[in-house]
Design a protein around this ligand. Structure first.
Ligand SMILES: NC(=O)c1ccc[n+]([C@@H]2O[C@H](COP(=O)([O-])OP(=O)(O)OC[C@H]3O[C@@H](n4cnc5c(N)ncnc54)[C@H](OP(=O)(O)O)[C@@H]3O)[C@@H](O)[C@H]2O)c1
Length: 223
């Protein structure tokens, strides 16, 4: 993984960055030299997670803030809150998202009864809420936090990146690669419904085979 600090790197805000997926992504990006604002509903919780992250990586690149302040501070904003909190959280920070890329990791799957989500994909819901001023990118929905945290093991889970804006899609593929993942552009936001459906499959298979790290890999495509 790249560890060179680069002043030209965009800053990242992770809303819900105190949780499983957000903190795992944050750790990888901080290790890659990105300045990461950890967002939380509680500034104190964010600060604690940022302090622990800095100590574990040996940098000062993580900083904890309340979600709205993190969204304001980050050049690119990543959303990692539970599905039921997706739209309320976006409403609470939308004033700070205009002109930015929003990376949405929401997979609307109930782990107790995993089945494909109904209706619009999460990324489309976010885009409809936020309007054209924000470029929404759906990504990381299939990448298990448990596997992301195991930095000493190869990540056997590729990232499928869906967005209507081609440049934003490409930027997020680059972010995933900087964090040590294989990532692929996978079409427009509406394809995100398939990606979320795959999450339901993976959760069902994790249960069947007693795993926490089930993932998918793309074959037959060389980049
Ligand atoms: N876990 C995975 O392996 C995984 C993999 C791929 C995608 N995802 C997706 O990533 C998202 C986060 O999953 P997770 O497992 O990381 O969730 P999580 O750990 O349960 O929650 C993440 C954070 O969201 C905040 N949060 C919790 N309830 C909230 C509410 N009602 N309103 C606003 N914020 C709330 C909390 O932060 P504060 O209390 O600090 O505000 C919490 O630390 C989900 O949409 C999930 O589908 C997860």
């Amino acid at each position: 993984m790249e560890t060179t600090l680069g002043a030209s790197l965009p800053t990242l805000a992770i809303l819900g960055g105190t949780g499983h997926e957000g903190s795992a992504l944050a750790q990888r990006w901080v290790r890659a030299g990105y300045h990461v604002f950890i967002g939380s509903r509680l500034a104190e919780r964010a600060a604690q997670v940022a302090t622990e992250l800095n100590a574990s990586v040996g940098t000062e690149l993580a900083q904890g803030l309340e979600n709205a302040a993190a969204a304001q501070a980050g050049d690119i904003v990543v959303l990692t809150v539970p599905p039921e909190a997706q739209l309320p959280t976006l409403v609470s920070v939308r004033a700070h998202l205009a002109g930015k890329i929003l990376v949405d990791a929401t997979a609307r799957v109930d782990a107790r009864d995993p089945r494909p989500p109904e209706g619009k994909p999460s990324g489309r819901r976010a885009q409809d809420l936020l309007g054209p001023e924000v470029r929404v990118v759906a990504a990381f929905q299939n990448v298990p936090a448990h596997a992301l945290k195991k930095l000493d093991q190869e990540l056997a889970s590729d990232v499928l990146v869906c967005a209507d804006d081609a440049e934003a899609r490409s930027v997020v593929v680059g972010l995933a690669e900087a964090a040590g993942m294989r990532a692929y552009e996978a079409g427009g936001l509406d394809n995100g419904l398939i990606v979320e459906g795959l999450t339901a499959l993976l959760i069902a298979m994790n249960k069947r085979y007693k795993s926490r790290s089930g993932g998918i890999r793309v074959s037959g495509i060389s980049k």
